[in-house]
Design a protein. Structure first.
Length: 619
Protein backbone atom coordinates (compact mmCIF):
# COMPACT_ATOMS: atom_id res chain seq x y z
CA UNK A 1 0.00 0.00 0.00
CA UNK A 2 1.34 3.46 -0.91
CA UNK A 3 2.13 6.00 1.80
CA UNK A 4 -0.82 8.19 0.79
CA UNK A 5 -3.25 5.27 0.86
CA UNK A 6 -1.85 4.10 4.20
CA UNK A 7 -2.34 7.58 5.65
CA UNK A 8 -5.98 7.69 4.53
CA UNK A 9 -6.57 4.13 5.75
CA UNK A 10 -5.08 4.92 9.15
CA UNK A 11 -7.15 8.09 9.60
CA UNK A 12 -10.33 6.37 8.38
CA UNK A 13 -9.82 3.39 10.68
CA UNK A 14 -8.92 5.60 13.63
CA UNK A 15 -11.94 7.87 13.29
CA UNK A 16 -14.35 5.01 12.55
CA UNK A 17 -13.33 2.80 15.46
CA UNK A 18 -12.99 5.82 17.77
CA UNK A 19 -16.57 6.79 16.97
CA UNK A 20 -17.81 3.28 17.77
CA UNK A 21 -15.88 2.95 21.03
CA UNK A 22 -16.63 6.54 22.03
CA UNK A 23 -20.34 5.90 21.52
CA UNK A 24 -20.14 2.74 23.62
CA UNK A 25 -18.27 4.61 26.37
CA UNK A 26 -20.89 7.37 26.49
CA UNK A 27 -23.68 4.78 26.63
CA UNK A 28 -21.90 3.21 29.60
CA UNK A 29 -21.75 6.65 31.30
CA UNK A 30 -17.97 6.83 30.79
CA UNK A 31 -15.99 9.72 29.27
CA UNK A 32 -15.54 9.24 25.50
CA UNK A 33 -11.77 9.59 26.00
CA UNK A 34 -11.76 6.05 27.40
CA UNK A 35 -13.33 4.81 24.18
CA UNK A 36 -10.79 6.66 22.02
CA UNK A 37 -7.86 5.17 23.93
CA UNK A 38 -9.31 1.66 23.71
CA UNK A 39 -9.93 2.16 19.98
CA UNK A 40 -6.22 2.88 19.57
CA UNK A 41 -5.34 -0.26 21.54
CA UNK A 42 -7.57 -2.34 19.24
CA UNK A 43 -6.01 -0.84 16.10
CA UNK A 44 -2.42 -0.99 17.38
CA UNK A 45 0.44 -3.28 16.36
CA UNK A 46 0.26 -5.22 19.63
CA UNK A 47 -3.16 -6.73 18.84
CA UNK A 48 -3.68 -9.75 16.54
CA UNK A 49 -5.42 -7.85 13.73
CA UNK A 50 -3.07 -4.91 13.20
CA UNK A 51 -4.84 -2.23 11.18
CA UNK A 52 -3.19 1.18 11.59
CA UNK A 53 0.37 2.38 10.96
CA UNK A 54 2.40 3.29 14.05
CA UNK A 55 4.67 5.63 12.09
CA UNK A 56 1.76 7.57 10.64
CA UNK A 57 -0.06 7.56 13.96
CA UNK A 58 2.96 9.23 15.60
CA UNK A 59 2.85 11.99 12.97
CA UNK A 60 -0.89 12.44 13.51
CA UNK A 61 -0.22 12.49 17.24
CA UNK A 62 2.19 15.41 16.83
CA UNK A 63 -0.46 17.43 14.98
CA UNK A 64 -2.98 16.43 17.62
CA UNK A 65 -0.70 17.66 20.42
CA UNK A 66 -0.25 21.01 18.65
CA UNK A 67 -3.99 21.56 18.23
CA UNK A 68 -4.68 20.27 21.74
CA UNK A 69 -2.26 22.80 23.20
CA UNK A 70 -3.75 25.50 20.97
CA UNK A 71 -7.16 24.69 22.42
CA UNK A 72 -5.78 24.88 25.98
CA UNK A 73 -4.40 28.34 25.21
CA UNK A 74 -7.60 29.41 23.50
CA UNK A 75 -9.61 28.66 26.65
CA UNK A 76 -6.98 30.09 29.00
CA UNK A 77 -8.61 32.70 31.20
CA UNK A 78 -6.69 35.10 33.39
CA UNK A 79 -10.01 36.13 34.92
CA UNK A 80 -10.82 32.59 36.06
CA UNK A 81 -7.40 32.35 37.67
CA UNK A 82 -7.54 35.76 39.33
CA UNK A 83 -10.94 35.12 40.90
CA UNK A 84 -9.70 32.12 42.90
CA UNK A 85 -5.94 32.76 42.96
CA UNK A 86 -5.71 32.68 46.77
CA UNK A 87 -6.72 29.03 46.76
CA UNK A 88 -5.71 27.53 43.44
CA UNK A 89 -2.17 28.86 43.06
CA UNK A 90 -0.75 27.41 46.30
CA UNK A 91 -3.06 24.40 46.09
CA UNK A 92 -2.13 23.37 42.54
CA UNK A 93 1.58 23.95 43.15
CA UNK A 94 1.46 21.86 46.34
CA UNK A 95 -0.46 18.97 44.74
CA UNK A 96 1.66 18.88 41.57
CA UNK A 97 4.90 19.05 43.54
CA UNK A 98 3.93 16.35 46.04
CA UNK A 99 2.53 14.03 43.36
CA UNK A 100 5.56 14.51 41.10
CA UNK A 101 7.85 13.72 44.04
CA UNK A 102 5.88 10.59 44.93
CA UNK A 103 5.81 9.42 41.31
CA UNK A 104 9.55 9.99 40.93
CA UNK A 105 10.19 8.10 44.18
CA UNK A 106 8.16 5.16 42.88
CA UNK A 107 10.11 5.20 39.63
CA UNK A 108 13.43 5.12 41.48
CA UNK A 109 12.14 2.36 43.78
CA UNK A 110 11.34 0.29 40.67
CA UNK A 111 14.87 0.76 39.42
CA UNK A 112 14.25 3.39 36.76
CA UNK A 113 16.63 6.19 35.89
CA UNK A 114 16.09 9.75 37.09
CA UNK A 115 14.72 10.79 33.69
CA UNK A 116 12.06 8.09 33.59
CA UNK A 117 11.18 8.68 37.24
CA UNK A 118 10.75 12.43 36.70
CA UNK A 119 8.59 11.91 33.60
CA UNK A 120 6.39 9.47 35.54
CA UNK A 121 5.98 11.98 38.37
CA UNK A 122 5.06 14.81 36.02
CA UNK A 123 2.58 12.59 34.17
CA UNK A 124 0.83 11.72 37.43
CA UNK A 125 0.68 15.35 38.55
CA UNK A 126 -1.63 16.75 35.86
CA UNK A 127 -5.38 16.12 35.65
CA UNK A 128 -7.20 15.93 32.31
CA UNK A 129 -8.91 19.20 31.45
CA UNK A 130 -11.43 17.53 29.15
CA UNK A 131 -12.44 14.88 31.70
CA UNK A 132 -12.79 17.35 34.57
CA UNK A 133 -14.82 19.88 32.59
CA UNK A 134 -17.14 17.23 31.17
CA UNK A 135 -17.62 15.65 34.59
CA UNK A 136 -18.58 18.93 36.25
CA UNK A 137 -20.66 20.13 33.32
CA UNK A 138 -22.61 16.89 33.20
CA UNK A 139 -23.62 17.43 36.84
CA UNK A 140 -24.25 21.18 36.45
CA UNK A 141 -21.41 22.10 38.80
CA UNK A 142 -19.14 23.89 36.31
CA UNK A 143 -20.58 27.27 37.28
CA UNK A 144 -20.67 26.48 41.00
CA UNK A 145 -18.09 27.74 43.55
CA UNK A 146 -16.32 24.38 43.51
CA UNK A 147 -16.47 24.33 39.71
CA UNK A 148 -14.74 27.71 39.50
CA UNK A 149 -12.06 26.48 41.92
CA UNK A 150 -11.50 23.36 39.82
CA UNK A 151 -11.20 25.36 36.58
CA UNK A 152 -8.74 27.80 38.16
CA UNK A 153 -6.79 24.85 39.58
CA UNK A 154 -6.52 23.38 36.07
CA UNK A 155 -5.21 26.67 34.71
CA UNK A 156 -2.36 26.62 37.23
CA UNK A 157 -1.65 22.95 36.55
CA UNK A 158 -1.54 23.63 32.82
CA UNK A 159 0.94 26.46 33.35
CA UNK A 160 3.11 24.19 35.50
CA UNK A 161 3.06 21.54 32.78
CA UNK A 162 3.96 24.16 30.18
CA UNK A 163 6.97 25.07 32.34
CA UNK A 164 7.87 21.37 32.56
CA UNK A 165 7.75 21.06 28.77
CA UNK A 166 10.22 23.94 28.59
CA UNK A 167 12.65 22.63 31.21
CA UNK A 168 12.59 18.92 30.40
CA UNK A 169 14.57 19.19 27.12
CA UNK A 170 17.17 21.36 28.89
CA UNK A 171 17.53 18.81 31.69
CA UNK A 172 17.39 15.73 29.43
CA UNK A 173 21.16 15.35 28.85
CA UNK A 174 21.72 15.22 32.62
CA UNK A 175 18.80 12.83 33.25
CA UNK A 176 19.79 10.11 30.80
CA UNK A 177 21.90 7.05 31.45
CA UNK A 178 20.18 5.93 34.60
CA UNK A 179 20.43 9.27 36.30
CA UNK A 180 24.17 9.73 35.98
CA UNK A 181 24.82 13.45 36.20
CA UNK A 182 27.08 14.27 33.28
CA UNK A 183 27.47 17.92 34.14
CA UNK A 184 28.10 20.11 37.14
CA UNK A 185 25.43 22.07 38.95
CA UNK A 186 26.66 25.22 37.22
CA UNK A 187 26.23 23.63 33.79
CA UNK A 188 22.73 22.42 34.69
CA UNK A 189 21.78 25.88 35.91
CA UNK A 190 23.17 27.37 32.70
CA UNK A 191 21.10 25.00 30.55
CA UNK A 192 17.94 25.84 32.47
CA UNK A 193 18.70 29.57 32.30
CA UNK A 194 19.19 29.40 28.53
CA UNK A 195 15.90 27.52 28.08
CA UNK A 196 14.04 30.04 30.23
CA UNK A 197 15.69 32.93 28.39
CA UNK A 198 14.48 31.54 25.05
CA UNK A 199 10.96 31.19 26.41
CA UNK A 200 11.10 34.70 27.86
CA UNK A 201 12.18 36.06 24.48
CA UNK A 202 9.36 34.25 22.72
CA UNK A 203 6.80 35.40 25.31
CA UNK A 204 8.05 38.98 24.96
CA UNK A 205 7.60 38.75 21.19
CA UNK A 206 4.06 37.47 21.62
CA UNK A 207 3.19 40.21 24.11
CA UNK A 208 4.70 43.05 22.10
CA UNK A 209 3.86 41.90 18.57
CA UNK A 210 1.43 39.00 18.83
CA UNK A 211 -1.16 40.75 21.03
CA UNK A 212 -1.41 43.51 18.44
CA UNK A 213 -0.93 41.69 15.16
CA UNK A 214 -3.03 38.55 15.71
CA UNK A 215 -6.26 40.32 16.81
CA UNK A 216 -5.79 42.83 13.97
CA UNK A 217 -5.37 39.99 11.46
CA UNK A 218 -8.45 38.13 12.68
CA UNK A 219 -10.56 41.30 12.69
CA UNK A 220 -9.43 42.12 9.14
CA UNK A 221 -10.23 38.60 7.89
CA UNK A 222 -13.60 38.62 9.73
CA UNK A 223 -14.61 41.79 7.87
CA UNK A 224 -14.17 39.96 4.56
CA UNK A 225 -17.15 37.78 5.53
CA UNK A 226 -15.62 34.51 4.27
CA UNK A 227 -15.91 31.74 6.83
CA UNK A 228 -13.25 29.44 5.40
CA UNK A 229 -10.68 32.25 5.32
CA UNK A 230 -11.33 32.98 8.98
CA UNK A 231 -10.89 29.29 9.86
CA UNK A 232 -7.65 29.20 7.88
CA UNK A 233 -6.47 32.35 9.64
CA UNK A 234 -7.07 30.76 13.06
CA UNK A 235 -5.36 27.46 12.23
CA UNK A 236 -2.61 29.23 10.30
CA UNK A 237 -1.91 31.40 13.34
CA UNK A 238 -1.63 28.33 15.57
CA UNK A 239 0.73 26.49 13.24
CA UNK A 240 2.63 29.62 12.20
CA UNK A 241 3.36 30.74 15.75
CA UNK A 242 4.37 27.18 16.58
CA UNK A 243 6.81 27.19 13.67
CA UNK A 244 8.31 30.51 14.79
CA UNK A 245 8.64 29.19 18.36
CA UNK A 246 10.42 26.03 17.23
CA UNK A 247 12.54 27.55 14.46
CA UNK A 248 13.72 30.82 15.99
CA UNK A 249 13.58 30.22 19.73
CA UNK A 250 14.09 26.47 20.07
CA UNK A 251 10.81 26.21 21.97
CA UNK A 252 8.56 23.22 21.30
CA UNK A 253 6.02 23.50 18.48
CA UNK A 254 3.18 22.66 20.89
CA UNK A 255 4.23 25.38 23.34
CA UNK A 256 4.14 27.93 20.53
CA UNK A 257 0.61 26.83 19.66
CA UNK A 258 -0.38 27.27 23.32
CA UNK A 259 0.76 30.89 23.33
CA UNK A 260 -0.98 31.47 19.99
CA UNK A 261 -4.23 30.32 21.56
CA UNK A 262 -3.61 32.47 24.65
CA UNK A 263 -3.12 35.55 22.47
CA UNK A 264 -6.29 34.85 20.46
CA UNK A 265 -8.24 34.32 23.71
CA UNK A 266 -7.78 38.02 24.50
CA UNK A 267 -9.30 39.05 21.17
CA UNK A 268 -12.94 40.09 20.85
CA UNK A 269 -13.21 37.37 18.21
CA UNK A 270 -12.05 34.62 20.57
CA UNK A 271 -15.49 32.97 20.76
CA UNK A 272 -15.76 32.81 16.99
CA UNK A 273 -12.18 31.58 16.72
CA UNK A 274 -12.94 28.79 19.20
CA UNK A 275 -16.12 27.87 17.33
CA UNK A 276 -14.39 27.80 13.93
CA UNK A 277 -11.36 25.84 15.14
CA UNK A 278 -13.33 23.47 17.37
CA UNK A 279 -14.28 20.85 14.73
CA UNK A 280 -10.69 20.54 13.48
CA UNK A 281 -9.34 20.61 17.02
CA UNK A 282 -11.79 17.94 18.19
CA UNK A 283 -10.98 15.67 15.25
CA UNK A 284 -7.24 15.83 15.83
CA UNK A 285 -7.71 15.53 19.59
CA UNK A 286 -9.54 12.26 18.95
CA UNK A 287 -6.72 11.13 16.65
CA UNK A 288 -4.23 12.08 19.36
CA UNK A 289 -5.93 9.87 21.95
CA UNK A 290 -6.22 7.06 19.40
CA UNK A 291 -2.51 7.39 18.59
CA UNK A 292 -1.69 7.09 22.30
CA UNK A 293 -3.67 3.85 22.36
CA UNK A 294 -1.87 2.70 19.19
CA UNK A 295 1.46 2.88 20.98
CA UNK A 296 0.15 1.02 24.04
CA UNK A 297 1.32 -2.55 24.61
CA UNK A 298 -1.31 -4.51 26.59
CA UNK A 299 1.35 -7.07 27.55
CA UNK A 300 2.68 -4.57 30.09
CA UNK A 301 -0.51 -5.07 32.11
CA UNK A 302 0.27 -8.76 32.46
CA UNK A 303 3.92 -8.12 33.23
CA UNK A 304 3.42 -5.33 35.78
CA UNK A 305 -0.14 -5.49 37.18
CA UNK A 306 0.95 -4.39 40.66
CA UNK A 307 2.69 -1.29 39.33
CA UNK A 308 -0.38 -0.38 37.30
CA UNK A 309 -2.63 -0.66 40.37
CA UNK A 310 -0.19 1.33 42.51
CA UNK A 311 -0.14 4.16 39.95
CA UNK A 312 -3.93 4.11 39.76
CA UNK A 313 -4.14 4.33 43.55
CA UNK A 314 -1.76 7.29 43.56
CA UNK A 315 -3.91 9.09 41.00
CA UNK A 316 -7.34 8.33 42.43
CA UNK A 317 -6.65 8.19 46.19
CA UNK A 318 -3.48 10.17 46.83
CA UNK A 319 -4.28 13.13 44.57
CA UNK A 320 -7.86 13.39 45.81
CA UNK A 321 -6.82 13.16 49.46
CA UNK A 322 -4.01 15.72 49.10
CA UNK A 323 -6.24 18.13 47.20
CA UNK A 324 -8.92 17.79 49.88
CA UNK A 325 -6.44 18.42 52.68
CA UNK A 326 -4.81 21.40 50.95
CA UNK A 327 -8.17 23.03 50.27
CA UNK A 328 -9.26 22.57 53.87
CA UNK A 329 -6.02 24.11 55.13
CA UNK A 330 -6.60 27.04 52.76
CA UNK A 331 -10.01 27.60 54.36
CA UNK A 332 -12.38 26.07 51.81
CA UNK A 333 -15.51 24.32 53.17
CA UNK A 334 -15.62 20.51 53.13
CA UNK A 335 -18.17 20.38 50.30
CA UNK A 336 -15.93 22.30 47.93
CA UNK A 337 -12.83 20.35 48.95
CA UNK A 338 -14.57 17.00 48.54
CA UNK A 339 -15.86 17.71 45.02
CA UNK A 340 -12.67 19.35 43.74
CA UNK A 341 -10.53 16.58 45.20
CA UNK A 342 -12.61 13.89 43.49
CA UNK A 343 -12.58 15.80 40.18
CA UNK A 344 -8.76 15.95 40.23
CA UNK A 345 -8.38 12.20 40.80
CA UNK A 346 -7.52 11.35 37.18
CA UNK A 347 -4.86 12.10 34.54
CA UNK A 348 -4.99 12.63 30.79
CA UNK A 349 -4.04 15.20 28.16
CA UNK A 350 -0.76 16.63 29.49
CA UNK A 351 0.23 13.25 30.93
CA UNK A 352 0.34 11.80 27.42
CA UNK A 353 2.14 14.87 26.08
CA UNK A 354 4.82 14.63 28.78
CA UNK A 355 5.20 10.88 28.19
CA UNK A 356 5.56 11.42 24.42
CA UNK A 357 8.17 14.12 25.05
CA UNK A 358 10.03 11.79 27.38
CA UNK A 359 10.18 9.14 24.67
CA UNK A 360 11.40 11.69 22.13
CA UNK A 361 14.15 12.81 24.51
CA UNK A 362 15.20 9.23 25.22
CA UNK A 363 14.23 9.44 28.90
CA UNK A 364 11.54 6.73 29.01
CA UNK A 365 10.70 3.53 27.18
CA UNK A 366 7.41 2.41 25.69
CA UNK A 367 6.82 0.28 28.79
CA UNK A 368 6.72 3.37 30.97
CA UNK A 369 4.33 5.08 28.57
CA UNK A 370 2.15 1.97 28.55
CA UNK A 371 1.89 2.06 32.35
CA UNK A 372 0.93 5.73 32.24
CA UNK A 373 -1.74 5.06 29.59
CA UNK A 374 -3.14 2.10 31.55
CA UNK A 375 -3.30 4.13 34.75
CA UNK A 376 -4.96 6.99 32.86
CA UNK A 377 -7.64 4.70 31.40
CA UNK A 378 -8.40 3.21 34.81
CA UNK A 379 -8.43 6.56 36.61
CA UNK A 380 -10.71 8.19 34.01
CA UNK A 381 -13.06 5.20 34.17
CA UNK A 382 -13.18 5.27 37.98
CA UNK A 383 -13.44 9.06 38.13
CA UNK A 384 -17.00 9.15 36.82
CA UNK A 385 -18.14 7.11 39.81
CA UNK A 386 -15.98 8.83 42.43
CA UNK A 387 -17.09 12.30 41.33
CA UNK A 388 -20.74 11.25 41.55
CA UNK A 389 -20.15 9.78 45.00
CA UNK A 390 -18.35 12.93 46.17
CA UNK A 391 -21.21 15.16 45.06
CA UNK A 392 -23.79 12.95 46.73
CA UNK A 393 -21.71 12.87 49.92
CA UNK A 394 -21.23 16.63 49.82
CA UNK A 395 -24.99 17.12 49.60
CA UNK A 396 -25.56 14.83 52.59
CA UNK A 397 -22.76 16.10 54.77
CA UNK A 398 -22.98 19.79 53.97
CA UNK A 399 -20.40 21.62 56.01
CA UNK A 400 -20.45 19.36 59.07
CA UNK A 401 -17.36 17.16 58.98
CA UNK A 402 -16.17 16.95 62.62
CA UNK A 403 -12.87 15.30 61.72
CA UNK A 404 -11.59 18.51 60.20
CA UNK A 405 -12.82 20.97 62.82
CA UNK A 406 -9.30 21.34 64.19
CA UNK A 407 -8.02 22.30 60.74
CA UNK A 408 -10.83 24.80 60.33
CA UNK A 409 -10.06 26.40 63.70
CA UNK A 410 -6.36 26.58 62.90
CA UNK A 411 -7.10 28.11 59.51
CA UNK A 412 -9.39 30.69 61.12
CA UNK A 413 -6.59 31.72 63.45
CA UNK A 414 -4.04 31.92 60.64
CA UNK A 415 -6.37 34.09 58.58
CA UNK A 416 -7.36 36.24 61.59
CA UNK A 417 -11.06 35.49 61.18
CA UNK A 418 -13.10 36.81 64.12
CA UNK A 419 -13.81 34.14 66.71
CA UNK A 420 -17.56 34.43 66.33
CA UNK A 421 -17.46 33.87 62.57
CA UNK A 422 -17.46 30.58 60.69
CA UNK A 423 -15.69 29.64 57.50
CA UNK A 424 -18.45 27.58 56.01
CA UNK A 425 -21.74 29.36 56.21
CA UNK A 426 -21.68 31.94 53.44
CA UNK A 427 -19.30 30.16 51.09
CA UNK A 428 -21.69 27.27 50.58
CA UNK A 429 -24.35 29.49 49.00
CA UNK A 430 -24.32 29.62 45.22
CA UNK A 431 -24.81 33.26 44.17
CA UNK A 432 -26.14 32.06 40.82
CA UNK A 433 -28.89 29.84 42.18
CA UNK A 434 -32.28 31.45 41.49
CA UNK A 435 -34.44 28.44 42.35
CA UNK A 436 -36.41 30.45 44.92
CA UNK A 437 -37.36 33.18 42.42
CA UNK A 438 -41.06 33.27 41.40
CA UNK A 439 -43.20 34.95 38.75
CA UNK A 440 -40.23 35.58 36.46
CA UNK A 441 -39.26 34.66 32.89
CA UNK A 442 -36.63 32.03 32.07
CA UNK A 443 -34.88 33.08 28.86
CA UNK A 444 -32.77 30.42 27.16
CA UNK A 445 -30.15 31.86 24.83
CA UNK A 446 -28.79 35.38 24.65
CA UNK A 447 -28.08 35.84 20.97
CA UNK A 448 -29.67 38.55 18.84
CA UNK A 449 -33.19 37.24 19.51
CA UNK A 450 -32.64 36.63 23.21
CA UNK A 451 -31.08 40.04 23.72
CA UNK A 452 -34.10 41.75 22.16
CA UNK A 453 -36.51 39.76 24.34
CA UNK A 454 -34.46 40.60 27.43
CA UNK A 455 -34.50 44.28 26.52
CA UNK A 456 -38.30 44.22 26.20
CA UNK A 457 -38.66 42.47 29.56
CA UNK A 458 -36.29 44.93 31.24
CA UNK A 459 -38.22 47.92 29.86
CA UNK A 460 -41.45 46.39 31.15
CA UNK A 461 -39.92 45.81 34.58
CA UNK A 462 -40.34 42.02 34.35
CA UNK A 463 -37.68 39.95 36.20
CA UNK A 464 -35.92 37.30 34.13
CA UNK A 465 -33.11 34.75 34.33
CA UNK A 466 -30.87 34.07 31.33
CA UNK A 467 -29.45 30.60 30.64
CA UNK A 468 -26.50 30.75 28.23
CA UNK A 469 -23.64 28.41 27.28
CA UNK A 470 -21.15 31.11 26.27
CA UNK A 471 -19.00 31.92 29.29
CA UNK A 472 -18.07 35.45 28.22
CA UNK A 473 -21.69 36.34 27.51
CA UNK A 474 -22.68 35.19 30.99
CA UNK A 475 -19.76 37.10 32.47
CA UNK A 476 -20.88 40.29 30.75
CA UNK A 477 -24.45 39.88 31.97
CA UNK A 478 -23.30 39.32 35.54
CA UNK A 479 -21.05 42.37 35.36
CA UNK A 480 -24.16 44.42 34.56
CA UNK A 481 -25.90 42.92 37.59
CA UNK A 482 -28.27 40.68 35.64
CA UNK A 483 -29.30 37.17 36.63
CA UNK A 484 -27.44 34.74 34.37
CA UNK A 485 -26.61 31.04 34.58
CA UNK A 486 -23.81 29.34 32.66
CA UNK A 487 -25.04 25.92 31.59
CA UNK A 488 -26.94 23.66 29.20
CA UNK A 489 -30.71 24.09 29.53
CA UNK A 490 -31.30 20.50 28.41
CA UNK A 491 -30.13 19.51 31.89
CA UNK A 492 -32.78 19.40 34.58
CA UNK A 493 -30.49 20.86 37.25
CA UNK A 494 -29.81 23.97 35.16
CA UNK A 495 -33.51 24.69 34.74
CA UNK A 496 -34.03 24.12 38.47
CA UNK A 497 -31.36 26.71 39.30
CA UNK A 498 -33.16 29.15 37.00
CA UNK A 499 -36.31 28.73 39.10
CA UNK A 500 -38.38 27.03 36.40
CA UNK A 501 -40.68 25.51 39.06
CA UNK A 502 -42.06 28.97 39.91
CA UNK A 503 -41.53 30.75 36.57
CA UNK A 504 -44.36 32.40 34.70
CA UNK A 505 -42.91 32.08 31.19
CA UNK A 506 -40.21 30.11 29.37
CA UNK A 507 -38.70 31.64 26.22
CA UNK A 508 -36.57 29.27 24.12
CA UNK A 509 -34.37 30.76 21.40
CA UNK A 510 -32.28 27.58 20.88
CA UNK A 511 -31.43 26.84 17.28
CA UNK A 512 -31.77 23.04 17.44
CA UNK A 513 -35.36 21.71 17.50
CA UNK A 514 -34.48 18.49 19.36
CA UNK A 515 -32.76 20.42 22.14
CA UNK A 516 -35.63 22.92 22.26
CA UNK A 517 -38.16 20.11 22.55
CA UNK A 518 -36.23 18.56 25.45
CA UNK A 519 -36.08 21.93 27.21
CA UNK A 520 -39.82 22.43 26.87
CA UNK A 521 -40.60 18.93 28.10
CA UNK A 522 -38.34 19.33 31.16
CA UNK A 523 -39.87 22.73 31.92
CA UNK A 524 -43.47 21.47 31.59
CA UNK A 525 -42.64 18.49 33.83
CA UNK A 526 -41.30 20.79 36.55
CA UNK A 527 -44.02 23.41 36.07
CA UNK A 528 -47.09 22.30 34.06
CA UNK A 529 -48.59 25.80 34.21
CA UNK A 530 -45.62 27.66 32.74
CA UNK A 531 -46.31 29.51 29.49
CA UNK A 532 -43.86 28.73 26.68
CA UNK A 533 -42.62 30.67 23.65
CA UNK A 534 -40.33 28.83 21.22
CA UNK A 535 -38.37 30.09 18.25
CA UNK A 536 -38.57 27.76 15.22
CA UNK A 537 -36.88 27.78 11.83
CA UNK A 538 -39.39 26.25 9.44
CA UNK A 539 -43.09 25.55 9.07
CA UNK A 540 -42.79 21.90 10.09
CA UNK A 541 -41.08 22.82 13.37
CA UNK A 542 -43.68 25.49 14.04
CA UNK A 543 -46.54 23.06 13.50
CA UNK A 544 -44.89 20.43 15.70
CA UNK A 545 -44.33 22.83 18.59
CA UNK A 546 -47.81 24.33 18.31
CA UNK A 547 -49.28 20.84 18.69
CA UNK A 548 -46.87 20.06 21.55
CA UNK A 549 -47.67 23.28 23.39
CA UNK A 550 -51.42 22.93 22.82
CA UNK A 551 -51.37 19.46 24.38
CA UNK A 552 -49.90 20.85 27.60
CA UNK A 553 -52.95 22.92 28.46
CA UNK A 554 -50.93 26.06 29.27
CA UNK A 555 -50.39 29.12 27.13
CA UNK A 556 -47.83 28.59 24.38
CA UNK A 557 -46.63 29.95 21.07
CA UNK A 558 -44.19 28.78 18.41
CA UNK A 559 -42.66 31.57 16.34
CA UNK A 560 -41.34 30.83 12.85
CA UNK A 561 -38.66 33.49 12.46
CA UNK A 562 -38.62 33.77 8.66
CA UNK A 563 -42.41 33.76 8.50
CA UNK A 564 -42.62 36.61 11.01
CA UNK A 565 -40.16 38.57 8.88
CA UNK A 566 -42.24 37.83 5.78
CA UNK A 567 -45.44 38.97 7.49
CA UNK A 568 -43.75 42.17 8.63
CA UNK A 569 -42.54 42.88 5.10
CA UNK A 570 -45.99 42.07 3.70
CA UNK A 571 -47.59 44.56 6.09
CA UNK A 572 -45.17 47.28 5.00
CA UNK A 573 -45.71 46.45 1.31
CA UNK A 574 -49.48 46.85 1.65
CA UNK A 575 -49.08 50.19 3.43
CA UNK A 576 -46.55 51.37 0.85
CA UNK A 577 -48.90 50.74 -2.09
CA UNK A 578 -51.74 52.66 -0.46
CA UNK A 579 -53.76 50.13 1.50
CA UNK A 580 -55.13 51.25 4.86
CA UNK A 581 -53.68 50.14 8.19
CA UNK A 582 -56.84 48.18 9.00
CA UNK A 583 -56.73 46.36 5.66
CA UNK A 584 -53.03 45.56 6.01
CA UNK A 585 -53.54 44.35 9.59
CA UNK A 586 -56.45 42.15 8.53
CA UNK A 587 -54.56 40.52 5.66
CA UNK A 588 -51.48 39.88 7.81
CA UNK A 589 -53.58 38.35 10.57
CA UNK A 590 -55.36 36.21 7.98
CA UNK A 591 -51.99 35.01 6.72
CA UNK A 592 -50.79 34.41 10.25
CA UNK A 593 -53.68 32.04 10.83
CA UNK A 594 -52.71 29.98 7.75
CA UNK A 595 -49.31 28.45 8.61
CA UNK A 596 -49.22 26.04 5.68
CA UNK A 597 -49.77 26.70 1.96
CA UNK A 598 -51.37 30.15 2.30
CA UNK A 599 -51.70 30.58 -1.48
CA UNK A 600 -53.73 27.40 -1.84
CA UNK A 601 -55.89 28.45 1.13
CA UNK A 602 -56.67 31.76 -0.48
CA UNK A 603 -57.74 29.96 -3.66
CA UNK A 604 -60.42 28.20 -1.61
CA UNK A 605 -62.00 31.54 -0.63
CA UNK A 606 -64.38 33.00 -3.26
CA UNK A 607 -63.07 36.25 -4.75
CA UNK A 608 -66.15 38.32 -3.80
CA UNK A 609 -66.06 36.97 -0.22
CA UNK A 610 -62.36 37.78 0.10
CA UNK A 611 -62.87 41.32 -1.16
CA UNK A 612 -65.69 41.80 1.31
CA UNK A 613 -63.55 40.52 4.15
CA UNK A 614 -60.76 42.97 3.42
CA UNK A 615 -63.17 45.88 2.94
CA UNK A 616 -62.61 46.39 -0.79
CA UNK A 617 -66.19 45.64 -1.88
CA UNK A 618 -66.58 44.86 -5.56
CA UNK A 619 -63.79 47.20 -6.59
Amino acid sequence: MSHGSLLLATIAAALGVAFLFGWIAVRLKLPPTVGYLLAGVLLGPFTPDFIASSEISEQISEVGVVLLMFGVGLHFSVGDLAAVRRVVIPGAIALTTLTTALGAALGRWWGWGWGAALVLGLALGSASTAVLLKGLEGRDRLDSPEGRIAVGWLVVEDLLMVLALVLLPALAPMLRDGGAVAASGAQMAASVAIALAKVAGFVALMIVVGRRFVPWLLAHVARLGTRELFTLAVLGTALGVGTIAAGLFGVSFALGAFFAGAVISESELSQRAAAEALPMQDAFAVLFFVSVGLLFDPAVLLEHPVRMLVLTAVIVLWKSAVAYGVLRVLGEPPRHALVVGAALGQIGDFSFIVAALGIGLGLVTRDVEALIVAAAILSITVNAGTLGWAMAAAQRLGSQLPAVDAIARWTREMRSVPAGATLDEGSLDDPYDFSELAGHVVLIGYGRVGETVADALARAGVPYVVIEEQERTVGGLRTRGERAILGDATREQVLQRAGIAHAKLLVVTASEPYRARHMVELARTANPRVAVAVRTHNAAEQQFFEELLASGGALGRAVYAEREAALNLSHFALIAIGRSDDEADFIVELLRGMPTAPTETFKSIPTQEYRTLVGRGGG
